[in-house]
Design a protein around this ligand. Sequence first.
Ligand SMILES: [Zn+2]
Length: 373
Amino acid sequence: MNNKKFFPLLFISTIFCFCFPSSLFAEESSTVNNNGIIDLRILETTDLHAALVNYDYYQTKTDNTIGLVKTASLIHQARSEAVNSLLFDNGDHLKGNPLGEYLVRIRGIQKGRIHPVYRAFNYLKYDAITIGNHEFNYGLKFLTTVLKGLKMPIVNANVYSVKKNKPYFKPYVILKRSVVDKQGKEHQLNIGVIGFMPPQIMRWDKANLEGKVIARPIVESAKEFVPIMKAEGADIIIALAHTGIDSEPYHPETENAVYYLSDIPEIDAILAGHSHSVFPGPTFKNLPLANINEGKIKGKPVVMAAAFGSRLGIIDLQLEVKDGTWKVLNSRSFTRPIADEYGEPLVKTDKKLFKLIKPEHQETVDFLKKLGI
Ligand SMILES: [Zn+2]
């Protein structure tokens, strides 16, 4: 590592070290033979709502508490600290600010052009994404058109095509990745990734969806697909769950189903979202069977990274592979913010990403100016 790289890294890790110990599993790893022990870091963005830039379009000024151009710096940093990592987006990323509206209602996405949100995802090399309920707000045609610009898989297992009576999207993928254990030895890991969203879409987007798709209950859909994923060779399963956390008794219409997804033994980690909350965090301190220090619900790692790119969600999994069988030995979940409580930035802007999405950002700013906003 050269000094140029080392000093900024040291500086950044100094900022975070008070809450994020550098070796999360130090106790375990010093006492066991490290052969076949793999640290795998899972990164989450969720509910971006088209907040690509650290800019408030309503107040026409910089806002350092939002924006994927900021979260991107946390992503680069979190990746650089880990030997093995994966990055996922948990949905509700196309709509929610004037940029998203401008692209659909005024400018449109021309043939061959990639939506700037998906251009950003391609640049950041997400491993897979799911979609949220708001992705349906502009209609199925718009969604299926813009999804073509994505260079990574998109998964959802509980929205079904009425005509075909099967999942409208790819319900899951099994990502094949080469991972390195603590002794430097390579192993092939098959990572099953499955996605869900609230069944309420049929009410919220009735005009866009009725007669075309139906939504099935989240937990029932998970129970249907996880055995298939296992049979197809998934060593671990990660749920991209565009749904919140609530311990109210489960029923098929449950909107926030993470609490009950965590009961499914084959699911090893859950990325939560939709409710714009922070897990682990004080909001959930009274949630039964939750461990706020370790970021677990019923012993299962869960993370929810608020919204608008304000935080990056991180799950550190420690896996063990023995004779081709994988198991989770330990985990810790936490989130990192892009700004402090006063709105002061904790990270720099990813300038390359900003340059990539600047045309649409500038067009939106200019359009709002013309309107006199
Ligand atoms: Zn949502």
